[in-house]
Design a protein around this ligand. Structure first.
Ligand code: CAA
Length: 283
């Protein structure tokens, strides 16, 4: 299969908008789908804002910025993905909505299209099983914030064939990421390590009676982390982290995977981190 000419991104929340930003910056025509036109516009504004910051900092020409934003077409219709060689899904992190979406994409997209999920803790194989082309389904797992974090995990599901797998890998490189290849196991590579590690960090808050500020100072200055664990969970979203922990615990039954009660209580109280204005810190 030749180089991907047009890419689709389904769901333009923080992750989807970040992925769409990477695609348009790399010169790829991109169709972004949100459920309402207003949400689509919000995502385009977010992308425009971050690209404007690059112009202001001398990292990008104004004309290149405008061309990049111009490469993004917004839609609310999945039918508009018909001409895409690759579609990357970044919708709600729940299995059934993802399976329904992939069944629809399978119906709409050409037979050569590669369909990728950005799931962080669900099974790519189970999502692929909702389609008639499981050999063309892969995981492309980006990290938050997608435009800044270099890694993308290229995940091979049980039936993924070599060619679509390598197409996804090559596309990851083309948009400036550092891809790694792995198999479809709970949490893949990084979350398999990072989620229990962050859960341990949160448990230490109570065990060592350390404040979130001091814990973050500890990991930044004693372990070289770019940001502390409490700030990181706030960035990822406490709801997202709890949900991913629950999914991994369900699959592995390892106690360290289970979300610490403190995080569950914060999630239940609506303290979701940066996006809600309050988590361990106020924003
Ligand atoms: N999208 C696009 N651009 C963004 C952005 C975003 N979400 N956030 C920031 N930027 C841009 C901004 O324009 C910013 O510049 P200005 O502030 O001048 O406007 C520029 O990027 C640089 O931002 P920062 O100054 O905040 O960058 P930094 O050098 O402080 O690094 C960081 C920020 C990359 C987030 C760094 O702190 C870091 O590496 N933190 C760790 C993050 C991490 O571990 N992420 C993984 C989470 S786990 C996960 O994602 C897996 C999962 O499945 C849940």
């Amino acid at each position: 299969m030749g180089e991907i000419q047009k890419v689709g991104v389904v769901g333009l929340g923080a992750m989807g908008a970040g992925i769409a930003q990477l695609c348009v910056e790399a010169g790829v025509d991109t169709v972004g789908r949100e459920v309402t036109a207003e949400l689509g516009e919000k995502a385009r504004d977010r992308i425009g804002h971050f690209l404007t910051r690059k112009v202001e900092k001398g990292q990008l020409d104004q004309s290149a910025r405008d061309e990049a934003v111009g490469r993004l077409t917004l839609t609310t219709e999945l039918e508009d993905f018909a001409g895409c060689g690759l579609v990357i899904e970044a919708i709600v992190e729940e299995l059934e909505p993802k399976r329904e979406l992939f069944a629809e994409l399978d119906r709409i997209c050409g037979p050569e299209a590669v369909l990728a999920t950005n799931t962080s803790a669900l099974s790519v194989t189970e999502i692929a099983a909702a389609t008639t082309r499981p050999e063309r389904i892969v995981g492309m797992h980006f990290f938050n914030p997608a435009p800044l974090m270099p890694l993308v995990e290229i995940v091979r599901a049980e039936l993924t064939a070599d060619e679509p797998f390598e197409t996804a890998y090559a596309f990851g490189e083309r948009i400036g990421k550092t891809p790694i290849r792995c198999h479809d196991t709970p949490g893949f590579v990084v979350n398999r390590v990072l989620i229990p590690l962050l859960n341990d960090c949160i448990r230490v808050l109570d065990e060592a009676r350390v404040t979130p500020e001091d814990l973050d100072t500890g990991l930044k200055n004693g372990a070289g982390w770019p940001m502390g664990p409490c700030a990181l969970v706030d960035l990822v979203g406490i709801d997202v982290h709890v949900h991913a922990s629950e999914a991994l615990y369900e699959k592995t039954r390892e106690p360290r995977m289970a979300p610490p009660p403190r995080l569950v209580a914060m999630r239940n109280a609506g303290l979701l981190g940066r996006k809600s204005g309050r988590g361990f810190y106020s924003y």
